[in-house]
Structures are given as C-alpha cells and as structure tokens.
Design a protein around this ligand. Structure first.
Ligand code: FAD
Length: 333
C-alpha cells in the first residue's frame, strides 16, 4: 500500500519503522528537523516500553536518563513515598528519531484539510491533539506547560508530583540527571502556569526551554470515529492517554501496534482499540466527576476497586508499586 503517516511523534515513528519494509511509506511532520522535539516530560516505565523498542531493533536502556527509585507524592496529608518499579526518564527525542530509522520524513510540513488524501491508499493520523479526522465537540483537553530547567543543585533527586485540588490536574518535577529537570503542570482549571511559576520561585533554576500543548484525556470510546474515508487515527489523536496521569507514550505505542496487526481490517482495529482501552472509560468518569465536585465515594467504589485492580495487576507496566492507600489519598483531594 502507499501510506502517508502524518505526525512523527511516538506512534507515527513506531508505525514508520514497522510498515516501511512492506509498504511505500511517506512521513510528514509539522516541526522542522532543526526544531523537532518530543514535547513531553519524558517519563515512562522501562518494563512497559522495552518491548516496543525491541520491535524497532532498539535497546531501550540506551535512552534512559534517570532510573527512578521513589516518587514523592505531595498530598495535603503529607508527602507519600511511592516505591518505583522501572519508572524512568529517557531521551524521548532521540528515541523517536531512532525509531524512524532511515525512513525519509518531510519535516516542516503542517498537514491540513487540503492534504491530497486520494494520492494514498491509507492516511494515518498520528497528530495527537490536532486530528485530521472529523472534529469532535465533546473533548476534554488539559492545558499543559513545561520548563526544562538547569540547576546547580537539583531540588529533588527523584520524581515529585503534586496533585492539584479536586484532581483538576497536577504539577510534576521529573529528574533528568545531576543538573536538569522537567518542571511542568497541567490543569483543567488553568492554574498550570501559576503552579510552575510558584515552584520556580521556591526552587530557582535557569529555564532553558518552555513548551506546552493541551493533552487529550477523552478516552477512545468518546473519540470516534477512528476512521473517515481512507484516514485512520492512532495514538492520542483517538484518545489513548491514561486520563488520571496524562500518560500517553506507552498507550500510543500499544495503539500503533494494534494498527500494525489489523492494518487491513478496520473493524478489528476499532474493536481491539476499544477493548484494550476500556478501563480508561471508568478512569475518565472518575476524573471528570472529581473535577466537577460530584464524585460520590460510595457509588464510585466499584469503579475505584476496578481501577486499583487494573493498576495493581500491571504495576511494572505503570512503573510503580500500586497501593490502595495512595489511591485513597487521591480520592480525598
Ligand atoms: C507537557 C506534556 C508532558 C507529557 N509527559 C508525559 C510523560 O512524561 N509520559 C507519558 O507517557 N506521556 C506524557 N505526555 C503525553 C504524551 O506525550 C502523548 O500522549 C504521546 O506522545 C502521544 O503520542 P502520539 O504519537 O499520539 O503523539 P505525539 O507524540 O504528540 O506526536 C504528534 C506529532 O504530530 C505532529 N503534528 C501535529 N499536527 C500535525 C500536522 N497537522 N501535520 C504534521 N505533523 C503534525 C507533532 O508535531 C508531533 O510531532 C505528556 C504530554 C505533554 C503535553
């Protein structure tokens, strides 16, 4: 097939690596090659991502910047120390570039609705928050901002997270070795810039770069259709982001792998995506009811239990020890 891949983030780059040998693949990326970046805090679970690196003949360990040991979760009741199981920061920009390998990429090409889709058998929409697929009215985007900060002495030696009131978002400090960290926040109530700036006043450092974009946290079941004509969506463009954490790297890779498997059978792709990410529906309901101040701990208990069970069963995939007490402290926010 002649395939266009639009958006060379983690899902687009993975697809390019998996499809270029058997298809004619043409890749497009909005950013110029010089400015190409992976706008993200660069946190992931090495146990969750390694298999996708291996699919692309890469060794994930080559990209690890800092192996996490403890996550400091700052709650009104105090700082909880969550033991980590593989959560790390990694050089996502070079990882994505290496996944593309030798595939030629048309950088600096912002694909719009005038794109000549008819020249391709398939157009893959891996644009994350933008989407070439039909516009969706009911989408929840969390606005985010992030600084890359250089410190003489870093404020935390490990991961630090501070959830905001009612779980409307959270602030993060992700460690990037001895002198650097990603300082960022996302907040549906738009206090994200203030949260970062307050942190910078408390822990001054030199801001090297500022990035930002909204994260789509609406789950796949509410991001349909995944296909229109010969355009098919993948990754965050169809909602593969864990709603409570804004974690989208591994889910977008999972989604891309499902697309490789069912490339020529859309109904199977759609069904497999909905099945893989069905737990996101309850998590999304939990998060939106918390934000709206309507969460009822008694009525919501079964959903919380299924969320806990899912994360506990997959704790190395999530990169941390999953404890009921930590989850309960979030419910109380
Ligand atoms: C500030 C921030 C921090 C985050 N931190 C984490 C984290 O630590 N861990 C984690 O797991 N997730 C994190 N996420 C979420 C995660 O980055 C995304 O969910 C994930 O990268 C989605 O993968 P994707 O391939 O679908 O899209 P992306 O990786 O976002 O790639 C989309 C690509 O498409 C390109 N593009 C967009 N529109 C067009 C167009 N019209 N034409 C051509 N190209 C286009 C973009 O430039 C980009 O390169 C974070 C997100 C943000 C915004």
């Amino acid at each position: 097939m002649r395939i266009a891949i639009v958006g060379m983030g983690v899902a687009g780059a993975y697809l390019a690596s998996q499809l270029h040998e058997n298809h004619e693949v043409v890749c497009f990326e909005r950013l110029s090659e010089k400015d190409f970046d992976a706008v993200c805090a660069w946190g992931t679970s090495k146990f969750g991502i390694s298999e996708f690196a291996a699919d692309c003949n890469l060794d994930f360990d080559d990209y690890v910047i800092q192996d996490g040991k403890t996550m400091y979760l700052d709650t009104p009741a105090g700082i909880l120390k969550i033991p980590l199981i593989g959560l790390c920061t990694f050089d996502k920009k070079n990882f994505v570039k290496d996944m593309m390998g030798k595939c030629a990429v048309n950088y600096g090409t912002n694909i719009g609705l005038d794109f000549p889709k008819e020249e391709y058998d398939l157009v893959i929409d891996s644009t994350a928050s933008r989407r070439l697929l039909p516009h969706l009215d009911e989408q929840l985007f969390i606005p985010c901002i992030q600084y890359l900060v250089k410190y003489d002495k870093v404020p935390f030696d490990d991961f630090y997270i501070k959830p905001l009131a009612d779980l409307s978002g959270y602030f993060w400090y992700f460690p990037l070795g001895e002198h650097y960290g990603h300082v960022g926040a996302g907040d549906s109530r738009k206090n994200h810039v203030k949260a970062c700036d307050d942190f910078m006043v408390k822990y001054p450092g030199k801001i090297q770069k500022t990035v930002g974009r909204p994260i789509r946290i609406t789950p796949p079941s509410r991001c349909q259709p995944f296909k229109e004509g010969n355009v098919i969506g993948v990754g965050e463009a169809i909602g593969t982001v864990y709603p409570m954490l804004g974690e989208g790297i591994i889910p977008s890779l999972q989604c891309a792998r499902i697309l490789v498997k069912h490339l020529e059978d859309f109904p199977k792709y759609r069904a497999a995506v909905l099945d893989e990410f069905k737990i996101y529906d309850s998590i999304y309901n939990f998060v939106t009811s918390k934000i709206a101040g309507k969460f009822n701990p008694i009525l919501g208990l079964p959903k919380l239990i299924s969320l806990y069970r899912h994360m506990k069963k997959n704790q190395s995939r999530y990169g941390m020890e999953v404890r009921a007490s930590d989850l309960l402290s979030l419910v109380k926010l």
